[in-house]
Design a protein. Structure first.
Length: 478
């Protein structure tokens, strides 16, 4: 049987000595060589009639290396999954280990050495409630609620066709036709376009406001808009290119009002309330405003707790300077991606190490609080994200949500992102009772300012860990 012997270098580094004995691989090697001899097509020999010695000479070394390597990988994986210790990274061949020579003429026991990092043993400091954090509470004003209700009405509104124009934001679909007396001029200008009511001159507003959709008036194109020069009118009202220098008779045009569409703010009726808040949940404007206030309070309350958790995370990193197997981690990072360079690693390692320390703290607390994430929770979070993106679309049926959710569940990156978010949300809730807080009611603008100040302070600390250009370092030293 292969054997794995562990040698502790220190509290954070171990050496695994793995021995693959001759008896462990010889039988499998003989079986594979015999199979090759029976199935191989070698020039000069019928299938299955090649001499065993020739097959051994041609294929033996590669088969031996493959069999031993697979047994080695199996033994390492078996050790890692059955041992109670928490390991960091993956085993790396010892740097000074000699290259193995798989010599078919000298079958023997093979010994391998692997370096491996150990997760440090520590207790999380900073959850004793000794430090007090401000917990911001946003004051929800009547104006905030009213503005949000108007925004909801605007999102649920639509353009409707009306007979006559007369209000700002009315959209007019117009067409200029060049005339020859009372008849349309042959090969004359015919051009359709849209414009807004408020862009028209008072005179053209008076003329167009007096007719209905489908009717025509005589109109000077250059008198249609306010503050538009001749070149603009030629291009956007008459459809002429810049190089078209034909002379225009401004009195020879008829203007047709084809269509007027008006943006009407959604009426505060039961149909709107059901669409915006759910069927039967709200029946009046007062109830709608109270529901909005509650939603705003809940939103900023959750955001304030997220901010609190960010501050707690920063505090835990300050208090828990966890030792890491730095040399092993650097080797592992370089080995994990050939694009990484030693020079780049030295610059970026402090930032990486701080992030790795947070990962250790986070995983420790997740285990301590018995936090788990279920498949149903993942599906629910993904479905909520879909609803937030698509809003109150009438096409967003339960079957469509289920179909879109199932499709996203196949995206490993998306699922892992959602899982990480769920773990952090649950960890944030689990630590709230262990943190001493002092509520502070603030106006929205003060909340945003405080939020930015906290983010900026934490970001500044992180920047100190990032690689700096030589000029920046010289400026700091001065």
């Amino acid at each position: 049987m292969p054997k794995v012997v562990r040698e502790d270098i220190d509290n954070l580094n171990i050496l695994l000595n793995v021995t693959i004995e001759k008896a462990d691989y010889l039988s499998q090697l003989d079986q594979q060589l015999d199979k090759y001899r029976r199935e191989a097509h070698l020039r000069g020999f019928r299938k299955g009639k090649a001499p065993a010695g020739l097959v051994r000479k041609m294929f033996g070394q590669s088969l031996l290396a493959d069999i031993v390597t697979r047994q080695l990988q199996h033994e390492l994986q078996e050790y890692l999954t059955t041992t109670d210790d928490d390991f960091i990274g993956q085993p790396l061949p010892k740097e000074d280990q000699e290259k193995i020579d798989f010599d078919m003429g000298n079958l023997r026991d093979y010994e391998f050495q692997f370096e491996l990092g150990l997760s440090p043993v520590f207790e999380v400091k900073g959850l004793d409630g000794n430090e007090e954090f401000e917990l911001l509470e946003v004051e929800v004003s009547d104006e905030m609620a009213a503005d949000e209700l108007n925004e909801m009405r605007r999102r649920a509104s639509q353009n409707i066709a009306v007979e006559q124009a007369g209000k700002d934001n009315d959209s007019l679909y117009l067409e200029f036709q060049e005339m020859d007396g009372d008849a349309i001029k042959e090969d004359g200008i015919v051009f359709s376009f849209r414009t807004l009511w408020q862009d028209l001159t008072p005179e053209s507003q008076a003329a167009l406001g007096a007719i209905k959709a489908g009717e025509k008036i005589v109109m000077n194109p250059f008198a249609l808009w306010q503050d538009k020069n001749e070149q603009y009118v030629r291009r956007y009202a008459l459809g002429l290119e810049d190089n078209d220098t034909r002379e225009i008779n401004p009195d020879a045009f008829e203007l047709a009002l084809h269509e007027v569409s008006r943006f009407e703010l959604r009426t505060l009726d039961q149909e709107f309330f059901d669409l915006a808040f759910g069927e039967g949940k709200v029946t009046s404007e007062a109830e709608a405003l109270e529901e909005i206030r509650s939603d705003i309070r809940n939103y900023y309350s959750q955001d304030a707790y997220n901010l609190l958790f960010l501050q707690l995370q920063d505090r835990l990193l300050d208090l828990n300077d966890i030792p890491l197997p730095d040399d092993f981690l650097k080797r592992w990072i370089l080995a994990s991606d050939e694009r990484n360079t030693a020079e780049q690693l030295e610059k970026e390692y402090p930032s990486f190490a701080k992030g790795f320390q947070w990962t250790l703290i986070k995983n420790k607390l997740i285990k301590q609080f018995n936090i788990d994430v279920t498949e149903e929770e993942i599906k629910s979070r993904i479905a909520d994200g879909i609803r937030n993106i698509l809003g109150n679309s009438p096409y967003l049926t339960p079957d469509l949500i289920e179909s879109l959710t199932a499709r996203r569940m196949e995206d490993e990156k998306e699922v892992n992102r959602v899982i990480d978010g769920l773990y952090l949300d649950k960890l944030s809730k689990a630590t709230r009772d262990l943190v001493k807080t002092k509520p502070k009611r603030v106006k929205l603008e003060d909340y945003e300012a405080a939020r930015k100040e906290i983010h900026d302070a934490i970001e500044a600390k992180r920047k100190l860990l990032e690689p700096q250009e030589e000029e920046d370092m010289q400026e700091e030293q001065q």
